[in-house]
Write a protein that binds this ligand. Structure first.
Ligand code: SAH
Length: 243
């Protein structure tokens, strides 16, 4: 079920999916009649005031169902920025996993086609697609190592155990000037993928990067990095089809 309303109270955020039921929080419950109204604030039965608004894409996105490890926003941001994809772009993505990357890209691109070999994960992506109300996302229960059906693609994104097995299938699928981006958690995968790319004159390896995000505490004069380890997510390799 899609998120219908976002509530804020004392720095805490709540997501309401069902407007036909009262919404319960540790600060009391809000009546369904109040949830449906287009007001800026609503009160709980214990007289606590909540700010209320319509969710935007990112509110719903952050609540999607997750099965395997999803790609973090910092890494999606790099893919979007480095490839310059936009509302005219057509993207092929694999493996879909929970569909996190595919859904995010579908929200900004013309069309996204995502491949996933596991039927149970395909069902999760279908649910996420519905919750995010994305009409331009096609989910294929297919092995991308076998074949890519589409032609004239602007961007192919890979988050797969053996991304090098896809290189042969990009012929005819990825347009000249198009991007191939591979996301891998370990460096041996990056090595095998880029060494294979470098043997092929059709491609140019632009760069491989790791995005490190460090969050800060900003509270009065306590201004310093959060006391938490910097987590590793994955390496992103950017490749361009040049001929
Ligand atoms: N980027 C995804 C997570 C991908 S996890 C996200 O943001 O949600 C990797 C997925 O690739 C797994 O679900 C796995 O089942 C799928 N996969 C592995 N090999 C595949 C193949 N040959 N073709 C299609 N999907 C594959």
């Amino acid at each position: 079920m899609q998120i219908q309303k976002v509530l804020f109270h004392k720095g805490k955020c709540f997501y309401v999916r069902d407007l036909d039921r009262d919404f319960h929080t540790q600060f009391g419950f809000i009546k369904k009649e109040d949830l449906r109204k287009s007001k800026e604030t609503v009160k709980s039965n214990t007289d606590r005031e909540f700010y209320i608004f319509i969710p935007s894409f990112i509110d719903s996105y952050k609540k999607i169902k997750r099965v395997p490890q999803i790609i973090p926003l910092k890494d999606i941001a790099a893919i979007v920025a480095e490839t310059g994809i936009n509302k005219a772009s057509v993207v092929v993505d694999a493996g879909a996993g929970s569909g996190a990357l595919a859904c995010f890209l579908a929200n900004i691109c013309k069309r996204v086609i995502t491949y996933e070999i596991r039927k149970d994960f395909v069902e999760v992506v279908k649910k996420n697609k519905e919750d995010l109300n994305l009409k331009n996302l096609t989910i294929k229960n297919k092995d991308i190592y076998e074949k890519i059906d589409e032609k004239n693609i602007d961007l192919i994104t890979l988050d797969l155990p053996e991304p090098w097995k896809v290189i042969k299938n990009t012929d005819g699928a990825l347009k000249i000037g198009g991007f191939l981006v591979s996301y891998s958690p370990t460096i041996p995968q990056v090595g095998d993928f880029i060494n294979e790319i470098n043997k092929n004159d059709n491609f140019h390896h632009i760069k491989t990067i790791e995005i490190i995000e460090r969050e800060w505490d900003i509270e009065g004069r306590k201004l310093r990095p959060k006391s938490q380890p910097i987590g590793h997510s994955g390496f992103i390799s950017f490749v361009r089809k040049i001929k």
